[in-house]
Design a protein around this ligand. Structure first.
Ligand SMILES: N[C@@H](CCC(=O)N[C@@H](CS)C(=O)NCC(=O)O)C(=O)O
Length: 266
């Protein structure tokens, strides 16, 4: 699997109107990168690049969707988690946590979904996906961005792993039921987290609610399901979903070609 594409539309070629020329140069200069193989940093990355480290169907899909919505050119560095590339020394040198999403902008590493969303939506304000610093809705935007990682996800994972969180007064999220009810009742107001305005925080919640309900970590209320569906219908969601499906199939073929080819005929 070629680990590098430039703002890809077609993950097998990485070609887009925006990235095509750049991509073509990459192909010409580094044909060896077309071959399947372990993660290796791309020597063509320049220090002012915006690079997203991504694995298909993971939390980094949301960061890709946000980049699509922002219309920002970026390089995509794909990791094959089926081959455990996120634990390779080369990637650990980028992000010692061995996790995606990881974003590198002009040589600076940004990790943690909420930080990436906040950073990108502020860095590229022309798309209008973040309330301004002096907008009162900024407070609500920050609240829900941080609530996700500090309350919601830990609550759901603790519950799914049967980990006893302890008394609510000693638990950062209180208890899982209250945490889930808090976001679910907020979404009754809809259509978006900030009301009528779709912002970057909706991409975080749209992608996350999709996977937590798919993995049955939470039962969606009708309002939550309607919100998931509303976000999933966006062209950016559909585009990344399709590209991730292709990447994932490619990774399966690269990692276990026999299984990907199906049963042998006699
Ligand atoms: N705290 C991180 C969590 C990132 C995370 O857990 N990513 C998963 C993919 S969904 C990962 O990289 N897992 C690979 C591994 O741990 O080996 C964030 O909010 O971005």
């Amino acid at each position: 699997m070629n680990p590098e594409t430039s703002h890809s539309t077609d993950p097998s070629t990485g070609a887009t109107a925006r990235g095509q020329q750049h991509q073509q140069q990459q192909h010409e200069q580094h044909p060896a990168q077309q071959q399947p193989g372990p993660f290796s940093p791309n020597p063509t990355i320049h220090e002012n690049d915006l690079v997203l480290y991504h694995a298909p169907n993971t939390r980094s899909a949301g960061a890709r969707i946000l980049l699509e919505e922002l219309g920002v050119p970026y390089r995509l560095h794909v990791l094959n988690m089926k081959a455990n590339e996120q634990r390779s020394p080369a990637f650990l040198a980028v992000n010692p946590m061995g996790k995606v999403p990881a974003l590198v902008h002009q040589g600076v590493l940004i990790t943690e979904q909420a930080a990436i969303y906040l950073y990108l939506a502020d860095m590229f304000p022309q798309a209008g996906l973040a309330p301004a610093v002096n907008d009162v809705m900024r407070g609500a935007y920050l609240r829900w961005m941080v609530f996700y990682g500090s309350c919601f996800e830990p609550a759901l994972i603790d519950r799914a792993m049967n980990r006893e969180p302890g008394p609510p007064s000693a638990t950062p999220y209180g208890d899982a039921e209250t945490t889930i009810a808090t976001i679910a009742s907020h979404l009754e107001k809809g259509p978006y987290i900030l009301g009528d305005r779709m912002t970057a925080v909706d991409i975080l919640w749209g992608t996350s609610l999709q996977w937590v309900t798919r993995f049955k970590l939470m039962t969606p209320t009708p309002a939550v399901q309607a919100y998931i569906d509303r976000m999933a219908e966006r062209p950016s969601f559909a585009k990344i979903r399709n590209e991730d499906a292709a990447l994932s199939a490619q990774h399966a073929a690269d990692t276990d070609p026999q299984q990907a080819a199906g049963p042998a005929s006699s």
